[in-house]
Each structure stands twice: as C-alpha cells, then as structure tokens.
Design a binder for this molecule. Structure first.
Ligand code: FES
Length: 204
C-alpha cells in the first residue's frame, strides 16, 4: 500500500437543517476524488524521483546534486520527492528539508507559467530593487519564493545578472528588463493580461 497517498480521509461534515443525506454524500465523494487525484500526482513524483535516484550512489554527499537533478526534472521539490530522497540516502527527512530551505536555488512550490526574478545585486539594490520587489509582491499577492494560486506567476530574487546600467532590473521569463520601477510592474502585468486575452480570442 502506498504509504504516502492512499490513506483514507475521514471528515466530519456539518449537518445542515434541510440535509436529506445527498449533501453529505456528494461532499464525501468530492473529498475522495480529490484524494485520488493527489495520489496520482504523488505516485508520479515518486516514480520520477526514483528514476533519478537510480543514477546516484547512496552517499549523503550526493544530497545537493540529487536535489538539483530532481528539481531540474520536476521544476520544484515536492514533499514526496524529499521523502524519497531521504529514504534513499538514509538520512532524516528534516536534513533534506533543511538543505532545501537553506539554499535559494531550491523551490518548494511548483513554478508558474511566467517567472519574475527581481535583481537585488548592489546596483539594483541602490536603485530601489527592494521597492520594486515590494511592488511585485503587492501586485501578485505572493511573497518571494511563491507561486500565484492560478500558477500564472512565480516570484523570486536573483543576484546581479550583468545589466547594472539598466538598474533596477527584473528578469521576466529569463529576459532582463531595465528600469523596472513600481509603475512599470503594472505595465508588464498588463501586457501579460492583454496577451492572454488575445490568445483566448484566437482560440475561440
Ligand atoms: S546589480 Fe542588478 S543587474 Fe547588476
């Protein structure tokens, strides 16, 4: 039995005054369905992680290269992958989690369709990089290292990307954009919105 994904889910649902049983029945099956979807995702993650682990020896020193490979494949490091890695390397799960949260390069959340990376190198910092970062946080309603609930954008920071004359820089989908002040943040988001609307009209 899959110890990660196949646990039964027992939820006590509120009884409504006019409840004839259907309400509880429907909710119970929705919860069961959600658990099944999760299980499929988890099983896939485990399988992909195992395939990568087979290429490595069971040495603790392999932890970082393994994490890099798994993230390269999955785009982030889900809990199931970290558990698989801990078991394979025979180290406590908390050790894997500590390394993942210590290094900036590792992500705990799935990536968004668009990546936003705010440069906080010295030149960008001096030109208000943190103010730009705050603007992105406010507009996207997420913190650095997070992804918007619709998985449209993920936000993070980078060190100098070599375009200091254009500071403050934000790297949008791997393209550095210069002089990104808070007002330009709105413009970039608007262009994404318009592009999405255009694509939606074309597909009709
Ligand atoms: S410090 Fe931001 S590009 Fe150099």
């Amino acid at each position: 039995m899959d110890t990660l994904g196949s646990r039964a889910v027992f939820v006590k649902l509120p009884q409504r005054p006019a409840d004839n049983g259907l309400h509880r029945y429907a909710h119970y099956h929705i919860i069961q369905l959600a658990a099944m979807v999760m299980t499929e995702e988890q099983a896939k993650v485990k399988q992909q992680t195992k395939r990568i682990l087979n290429r490595f020896g069971r040495k603790r020193g392999n932890l970082i290269p393994v994490l890099q490979k798994v993230q390269g494949k999955l785009g982030y490091l889900p809990r199931e992958a970290m558990l698989e890695i801990a078991e394979f390397l025979d180290i406590p799960e908390i050790d894997v989690y500590s390394v993942v949260t210590f290094y900036n390069q590792f992500r705990l959340n799935p990536p968004g369709r668009h990546s936003i990376r705010v440069c906080l190198g010295t030149a960008c910092h001096m030109k208000g990089g943190y103010i730009t970062l705050d603007a992105w946080k406010r507009r996207l309603e997420i913190d650095r290292g997070q992804t918007t609930p619709d998985r449209e954008f993920d936000l993070d920071t980078v060190a100098c990307v070599g375009c200091c004359v254009m500071a403050p820089v934000t790297v949008v989908d791997n393209k550095p954009q210069g002089k990104v002040e808070p007002t330009k943040v709105d413009g970039i988001l608007l262009s994404f919105k318009l592009e999405k609307e255009r694509q939606g009209e074309e597909s009709r």
